[in-house]
Design a binder for this molecule. Structure first.
Ligand SMILES: Cc1ncc(COP(=O)(O)O)c(C=O)c1O
Length: 345
């Protein structure tokens, strides 16, 4: 469906002409030897933006999260995450396979962990229990509807971790959306965490790639695990160039995606049969409920699909729509007209 208005995810964006041009012209070398100038420039830029010593370019957000877990745990450790966190729910059980860790999940409000609920979840030093070693938080939270961590909440989580000797990883797949919405500089979040990952291939519009950022020693170790996992790429500068372009050209425009999400949500709220709390639309993710006896998320999805509007069912009565680089204000108006028609049938 090439002409569809694709609101399933911000991962569906295609590289712009400017980005393709940058990829075409990218100077390259062998990145496994550390000799790709474009990869090195991207890693330096990521470390600089986040105010940390070093960064590692990896193929995906999943690999960034899993390497972060690997380098900060030992087999048998416990990792504390919110119940709907990506590494627990959507990474094929990799934490168990790669790191031999178990997860303890804590329900959060819209995916955000409450520091007061982490404290009682920490394991006492007792041979019966797995050692609590790492907390992972997700900013923005995908299944939480693009919710943003307030900086003081991350600071409180950091305090809990520090007191108990745990590390803190932020899965910032959509970190720049969080920063745009909150006005918090990326480095302010990053200085509170041991590691932060962010994705280039979501709202930032690059075709591939994520960065893992942290202290030099940890990133050095991460590089070894990237190789072990098959993520050592050679002339990866072609991909890194897209990332550099994205960081230079596609960060500020995230505000546009957030405006489009608000317009979409406001339009959806006015339609009979859908329920949505407009206060919960903070970034580019809109999650709404289907509240009609004759329709559920799957049948709505199918009807919209036939009309060229793509969304993602998120359970029997929940649907997710995501705005991004390839969705214009006119597309939002058109999508709303299709919703109105489909719901009026
Ligand atoms: C919050 C979050 N973390 C990690 C990932 C994994 O990214 P990737 O698809 O690049 O592996 C995603 C993907 O949607 C995500 O939403």
């Amino acid at each position: 469906m090439t002409d569809a208005i694709d609101l399933r995810s911000d991962t569906v964006t295609r590289p712009t002409a400017g980005m393709r041009e940058a990829m075409f012209k990218a100077p390259v070398g062998d990145d496994v030897f550390g000799e790709d100038p474009s990869v090195n420039a991207l890693q330096d830029m990521a470390a600089d933006i986040l105010g940390r010593e070093a960064a590692l370019f990896v193929p995906s957000g999943t690999m960034a999260n899993q390497i972060a877990i690997k380098v900060q745990t030992r087999p048998g450790d416990e990792v504390i995450v919110e119940a709907h966190a990506h590494p627990f729910n959507s990474e094929s059980g990799a934490g168990a396979v790669i790191s031999g860790v178990q997860f303890q999940t804590i329900p959060g409000r819209r995916g955000l962990l409450d520091p007061d609920r982490i404290r009682p979840a920490l394991r006492p030093d007792d041979p019966h229990f797995p050692p609590s070693r790492l907390v992972c938080i997700e900013n923005t939270h995908n299944r939480g509807g693009g919710s943003v961590y307030p900086l003081d909440c991350v600071a409180s989580i950091r305090d809990v971790c520090q007191t108990a000797g745990l590390a803190l990883h932020m899965d910032g797949a959509r970190l720049f959306n969080a920063c745009e919405a909150s006005g918090v500089e990326p480095r302010r979040y990053a200085e509170l965490c041991d590691t932060v990952s962010f994705c280039l291939s979501k709202g930032l519009g690059a075709p591939v790639g994520s960065l893992l950022v942290g202290d030099r020693d940890l990133i050095h170790e991460a590089r070894r695990w990237r190789k072990l996992l098959g993520g050592g790429m050679r002339q990866a500068g072609i991909l890194a160039a897209a990332g550099l372009y994205a960081l230079e050209h596609h960060v500020e425009r995230l505000a546009e995606d957030h405006r489009n999400a608000k317009t979409l949500a406001t339009g959806l709220a006015s339609l009979e049969g859908l329920a949505i709390d407009l206060n919960e639309v903070e970034t580019n993710i809109v999650i709404f409920q289907v509240v009609r006896p004759d329709m559920d998320a799957y049948s709505l999805f199918e009807r919209l699909w036939r009309e060229g509007v793509l969304v993602l069912p998120f359970g029997p009565d929940r649907v997710r729509a995501v705005t991004h680089l390839d969705v214009s204000p006119a597309d939002i108006e058109q999508a709303l007209a299709v919703f109105a028609r489909v719901l009026g049938e």
